[in-house]
Every structure is written in structure tokens, then in C-alpha cells.
Ligand binder design. Structure first.
Ligand code: MOS
Length: 735
């Protein structure tokens, strides 16, 4: 089905099942430990052996010599695979650095070997006996030190590197009020609960991998390419995923090494990346240095806005597109954005929840707060003054829906924003200095092809199959809701099967595109199934009503179970998009409000209250969507106050490479969180009229925290994370 005109009324709009706060249909499996995750699939194939991965002990250079003799002779060892004996390997389209390193080493903890043994303990013992001599090469590990080597990249997503509209330099120079400030965001890790894990089994030249991956079709393609085998010979199965955040978008070393280990050992092999390996072996969100300049009239109207961002990556890696939102969020006739990329020998940087905007909003939304302060204008009012209903770089393009102003107003009213003292450092509650902060939320809505297959059986059950994944987001549930709504059956009559490359190719889980696109694909397949049923019954599908498990036309009622006739009825289709996404700018909006307390003596920061108001199209399942947003708000607090992959600039590794040193918020760090969805349906997004929401929730949170800390203390921290050492020296004198 091609979606090229704004959506009109369709069966989804009945909202009998869609739009209801439905609990996760796979929830009982997860809470009882019976949803099998990749490493736990002990029963899928017999005779599983264990692999243990060795990561490079240097950040850049070569393997000078490698001695496997002692390891090979160790008890239980079945095989040891290195680049030397793995045979010729290609490289996945979406991998910058090779997943199996050697002799060249591209980054610290790049996989260099796997030991396969009968037990995990034997495999782990064997890797201790592998002797590797390294020769360190010239290396660059410090982003700030290589800024002058940064070039203009050619990004494969997130728009062009640079944009230039009007005359920024002149407009900024003559603006009566100017802000010019530089912000930094650190490298961050996905730190999902389930590690990257795979079980690989060969049957002749056919390979099956049970794994944990967000994008099944990408994984198949890149695994086939890396192994040099046809992709028809590769099957990936990933029905349950214990978190991804972008860290499982791409083929990673666990998959490849399990496949190589299994081939060498002649047995199925299972591999989980050890937690300390995950931070340097897999991808991370790259650090940025961002300079923002804004010129404004005294009434707050922005006349010039410029945003430059620097990040680093391995050769072939992408830049962090931190300037993306600045192209769209605020009005202003003169504007420039610039993206620069430096070669760094740290582990590979790539997408993490809301790549681009998450980092960009951390900087931009402090800058707007600083401008408000200079102007003496309320930061909510300043944002409203600079609202735009058109893409400011291409004014002929309107936003399909844009309720930023409504989000700000609704949030301000609910949060009690009018009680905020605009003068910093004035409000106390015992030993705590109290402050409130606000930030806009912004994240683009991406539309992308997604297919599904639906089957009606003689019990009147509807089974949906698609390679869509559920990374904890609620895909199973919203897909079941979609099929139930379309076919007029209760939720209990729908079976959803996900995460298998034998199923039709979906949009996958990434970039907050999963919810809208995967359900739109199911919608398309259900339209076809309705037509097939109507044809079978000799009725007009346009006039048939599917409700209460019955197909109704005129005064004829046929139970769906009968409509299937002698066998199952199967329909498959995909949603594909025309030009609507080009004609209209599709984005999601919100507003974040945060109250913090800062200890007047120790500068300890406690978040006291949080509120998010989001406008993101139709909310398919308010319960699941709320969970996504409060999770994202929590992650935003982590970004503001804790998360930091600290770079060891001598050895080129992230030294905070475990869950003790890489701090994320725990329950005790998070206060009462409130969140509200504005009523919105977006007829330009898909027949579902929905948009993404899971990444919107993180965008802007960290800046709202930073702005609240400023309001509490008068100390402006521009380097994340905001740890108390950055506040202490400048804290107001105790009263
Ligand atoms: Mo998201 S960073 O595209 O999983």
C-alpha cells in the first residue's frame, strides 16, 4: 500500500482497541522469566558449546605476534578463531571498524579472538592462555586536541553537514543582544540490561543465529556480507530484546564470532559479550563540542542563530548530527549550522537514543535559557516568541503538526511555573537551594517502509508475522491492537510473532520510527486480508463491517472463523510512503519542566519533580507510550548528572567500562515523574496518524535539569555531566 495522501477516516479511527492503555501482552512472559532471551535458548539446538571473546588490549596499532598453543591445549577447548585463521572476511555496510580485528587494531577491546570450549568456564580459562604481543601505533584519543584536523563529513543520515540561510555573520554582528557559548557532551554508553548475545548454528552452508538485535534485515545483510555467503543462507531470530537504545541496531562481534566459532568447532556456539567488554567493543554515543551563537532583538525575536558541532570517530564512522534540531526548532531569518568530524582512535561512535537531537538539545536548550537570562525574558515566553509553523530553512514547507507552544503553555500551567523566581539562587528549603528549569523537546518523525503478513485461521484467530522487534517498547502490544482493530476481533484473538528474518521485512526498531511504521505495515496487510475475506464471501470489502468477530454486510453476518473457509486465509503487504514526508516537515514536540534542589554546602544535586508534555501524533497505547517517555526522562537525568564514558587519553579506552563506574540513575535518584500527551492526530504520518515518542522523551531533559541547577544556584555549567565538583567553586556564599 502506498501512502501518499493525507489519511482520511479508516477503521483505526474507531479506537475500540487502539488508543487504550493496554498492558503489555508479553508482560507475563517477562515477569515470570519465561520470555527466552538470546543466551537462554538452551533448547533451540543441541550440543551448544561456549565462546569467550578476547578484546584488544591496545587502542591502536598491530598484533605483532600471537601464540595460541597453550590455549589450544587447555581442557575442553574445541577451537580458537583469530583473524589469522578465520578465512577471508568482508565488512558489513553499517560497520566502520572490522568486528574481528588483527593484525591491524582499530580500537580498544576490538575483538581479536574467540575461544570455544565445552563449558563456559573452560572457554574463559582458555582465553587467559592466549599470548598476544602488540605494537602500539600513532594514536589520537582526545577530541579537544584534534579539533583543527576536523573536516566536513558527508553524513549518511540527518541531512547535510552544513546549512546556510540568509547572512548569519552580519545579522549576528549587529544584533542588540548576543549569546556566544560553547558546550560539551561526553561519550555515553547504551548500558542496556541484556548484553549482546548470540547462539550460532550451521546446517551445511546455512546459518541460523538466535540473537539480540533491533534491525533484523540489516543484521542478515551485514552478516552475509561479512561472511561472504548469500543472505538467503542466513536466518536471524530475535523475539525478545533486553534493551537496545541503538546499541543493537547493527551487527556486532558476538554474532560474527559465534558464527566463526561454530564453523571452526563444528558445533553450535553461544557467546555473550562480557559486561566490561561492551563499552569499548560495541558502539557508543560520541562526545561533542558545540558552539552556539544567537542574536536577538530586545523583544526576544531571534534574528541570527548559528550552531557548530565537532565530534570524532574511527575512519569511516559517522559524525554526531548535533545541529539537526537547530535547523527546525526556532524562527530566525539568518541561520547557519556546521558539522565537523575528526578522526579519533577511540571505539566506534554510532546511534544512541535520539542520535543528533539528544546531544544537540543538551546544548541548544541551555543556550536559549542563557539568552532568556540576558534578555530578561521568561524562558517559556522566549520560546513561544520564536515559534515557527514552517521549516525556517525552507519556509514553503509546513510542519504537519506542531504544538510546541501548546506543550509549553500546558506544562507551565501544570508545573506551577509562575512560582519560579527568575533571579537565581533566591529560593531555599532548609539546606537546599531550589530551582526550576524548562526546555523544549524536539525529535524528527521518520517514515520508512514496513511489511507484515496476517493470517486468519478457522478458529477466527488472527496471526501477525513481521521481522519487527520489541526492544522493551511495546511492539507486540501495539501490533496486536492494530490487527484487532482492523479485523474486529478482541485482543485475545490476535497472535503476534516478531523478530525472525523468515517474516516480512519491517522498519525495525530505531530512531523512534518503529511504532508508527510497523503498525502501518500491519494496517496495510490487514486491508488486504479484509479484501481477501470479502472476496471469499462474494461481498464488497468497502461495505463490509468487521466487528465483534463477525463480518457484516447488509443483514448478513458471517463469523470470521467461518469466513476463512476450508483453510487459512493469508495476506501480506507493506506500507510505502510517497512524498508527504517531503512536502511536510514531520517532527514531534514537547516541553520538559524540572525542579531541583542543590545542597548549599556540598552542591549535591537532587531532582525533585519532573514533568513532560508531549505532542507526538496519535498515541496508540498511552500506557506503553508513557512508559517510554518516563524511561527517556530518566535517561535524560542520567545524561545531565551522571553518564560519562571517561576517556583514558593515554591508552585510548573508556575507563568507566562497567556498571559500577558508568553511572546511570537508580530509583533513589528519580523523583515523581509526571507526563501528559496532548491530543493530536497527524494525518500526514501514516494511516495510523501516529508518530514516534520514545526518543522525544529524552530530548531536552538534560538541559532542563541544567537550567534548573542554574536557577537554583546561579552557576552555569556548560560541560556535561553536571557533577558537584563543577558547581562547588562558584556556589553562592552560605547565608
Ligand atoms: Mo535508536 S539510537 O535509532 O535505537
Amino acid at each position: 500500500m502506498r501512502f501518499e495522501h493525507p489519511a482520511t477516516f479508516n477503521p483505526i479511527d474507531q479506537l475500540k482497541v487502539i488508543g487504550h492503555p493496554t498492558s503489555r501482552i508479553e508482560g507475563p512472559l517477562k515477569t515470570t522469566g519465561t520470555a527466552p532471551y538470546a543466551y537462554e535458548r538452551h533448547d533451540v539446538v543441541a550440543n551448544q558449546a561456549y565462546g569467550c571473546v578476547v578484546g584488544s588490549a591496545i587502542g591502536k596499532g598491530r598484533i605483532a605476534a600471537i601464540d595460541l598453543e597453550a590455549a589450544k591445549a587447555a581442557p575442553g577447548v574445541l577451537a580458537i578463531v583469530t583473524a589469522e585463521n578465520a578465512g577471508k572476511l568482508g565488512k558489513g555496510e553499517r560497520n566502520a571498524a572490522p568486528l574481528l580485528g588483527g593484525p591491524e587494531i582499530a580500537h580498544y577491546h576490538q575483538a581479536v579472538a574467540i575461544a570455544v570450549a565445552s563449558t563456559f568456564e573452560q572457554a574463559r580459562a582458555a582465553v587467559q592462555l592466549i599470548r598476544i604481543d602488540y605494537a602500539k601505533g600513532d594514536s589520537k584519543f582526545d577530541l579537544a586536541a584534534v579539533l583543527d584536523t576536523a573536516g566536513t563529513p558527508n553524513p549518511s543520515f540527518g541531512g547535510p553537514a552544513d546549512t546556510d540561510i540568509g547572512d548569519f555573520a552580519t545579522a549576528f554582528a549587529v544584533a542588540p543582544v548576543q549569546l556566544d557559548a560553547t558546550y560539551t557532551t561526553p561519550d555515553q554508553g547504551h548500558a542496556m540490561m541484556e548484553p549482546h548475545a548470540s547462539i550460532a548454528a550451521w546446517d551445511g552452508d546455512k546459518l541460523t543465529v538466535w540473537t539480540s538485535n533491533q534491525m533484523i534485515a540489516w543484521g542478515v545483510e551485514d552478516l552475509a556480507k561479512t561472511l561472504g555467503i548469500p543472505k538467503e543462507n542466513v536466518r536471524l531470530i530475535s523475539p525478545y530484546i533486553g534493551g537496545g537504545f541503538g546499541g543493537k541496531l547493527f551487527l556486532r562481534a558476538d554474532v560474527l564470532l559465534a558464527a566463526l566459532g561454530a564453523r571452526a568447532a563444528g558445533r553450535p556456539v553461544k557467546v555473550a559479550l562480557q559486561r566490561p567488554l561492551m563499552f569499548n567493543n560495541t558502539t557508543h554515543r560520541p562526545a561533542t563540542i558545540q558552539r552556539i551563537r544567537i542574536g536577538a532583538e530586545r523583544d526576544g525575536k531571534i534574528t541570527a542563530i548559528g550552531h557548530e558541532s565537532w565530534s570524532g570517530n574511527v575512519i569511516g564512522g559517522e559524525p554526531e548530527m548535533a545541529v539537526s534540531q537547530t535547523r527546525l526548532l526556532y524562527a530566525g531569518a539568518n541561520r547557519m549550522t556546521a558539522t565537523r568530524l575528526a578522526a579519533l582512535d577511540l571505539p566506534e561512535g554510532n546511534a544512541m537514543r535520539a542520535p543528533g537531537e539528544a546531544s544537540g538539545m543538551m546544548a541548544l536548550e541551555i543556550a536559549v535559557d542563557e539568552l532568556a537570562d540576558k534578555l530578561g525574558i521568561d524562558p517559556v515566553a522566549l520560546r513561544i516568541t520564536n515559534d515557527t509553523q514552517v521549516d525556517p530553512e525552507h519556509p514553503e514547507r509546513h510542519f504537519s503538526q506542531r504544538q510546541l507552544v501548546q506543550c509549553l503553555n500546558e506544562g507551565a500551567a501544570r508545573f506551577g511555573w509562575n512560582k519560579r523566581n527568575p533571579k537565581p539562587g533566591q529560593v531555599r528549603d532548609g539546606r537546599w537551594l531550589i530551582g526550576m528549569g524548562v526546555a523544549a523537546a524536539f525529535r524528527n518523525n521518520l517514515v520508512t517502509k514496513s511489511a507484515a503478513r496476517v493470517r486468519l485461521d478457522q478458529q477466527g484467530r488472527v496471526t501477525v508475522e513481521t521481522d519487527m522487534t520489541d526492544i522493551g517498547t511495546g511492539s507486540y502490544t501495539i501490533i496486536a491492537q492494530t490487527a484487532a482493530e482492523m479485523m474486529g476481533v478482541p485482543l485475545e484473538k490476535v497472535v503476534v510473532r516478531l523478530g525472525d528474518s523468515d517474516f516480512p521485512v519491517s522498519c525495525g526498531s530505531g530512531g523512534q520510527w518503529g511504532g508508527n511504521n510497523s503498525t502501518a505495515g500491519v494496517y496495510a496487510a490487514c486491508v488486504k486480508l479484509r479484501e481477501a475475506i470479502a472476496q471469499k464471501l462474494g461481498i464488497n470489502s468497502e461495505e463490509a463491517v468487521f466487528a465483534d468477530g463477525v463480518v457484516r454486510t447488509g443483514n448478513r453476518n458471517v463469523p470470521l472463523a467461518q469466513a476463512a473457509g476450508g483453510g487459512d486465509l493469508v495476506a501480506e503487504d507493506a506500507i510505502e510512503y510517497g512524498d508527504l514526508a517531503k512536502t511536510y516537515q514531520q517532527s514531534t514536540f514537547g516541553a520538559h519542566f524540572v525542579e531541583v534542589g542543590v545542597d548549599a554546602d556540598t552542591a549535591e544535586i537532587r531532582v525533585r519533580r519532573m514533568l513532560a508534555v508531549c505532542a507526538a501524533g496519535r498515541i496508540l497505547n498511552p500506557k506503553a507510550a508513557r512508559s517510554q517517555v518516563i524511561g527517556a526522562m530518566t535517561m535524560g537525568v542520567g545524561a545531565a548528572l551522571m553518564e560519562d564514558l571517561v576517556v583514558d587519553k593515554r591508552h585510548g579506552l573508556f575507563i568507566t567500562h562497567d556498571l559500577a563506574a558508568y553511572e546511570v540513575p537508580v530509583h533513589a535518584d528519580i523523583p515523581h515523574q509526571d507526563m501528559v500527551f496532548l491530543d493530536e492526530t497527524d494525518p500526514m504520518s501514516s494511516p495510523m496518524k501516529a508518530k514516534g515518542v520514545a526518543e522525544l522523551g529524552i530530548c531536552g531533559v538534560a538541559a532542563a535539569v541544567a537550567n534548573a541547577v542554574y536557577n537554583a544556584t546561579g552557576v552555569r555549567v556548560r560541560e556535561y555531566p553536571i557533577t558537584l565538583d563543577k558547581l562547588l567553586a562558584q556556589m553562592p556564599e552560605p547565608v
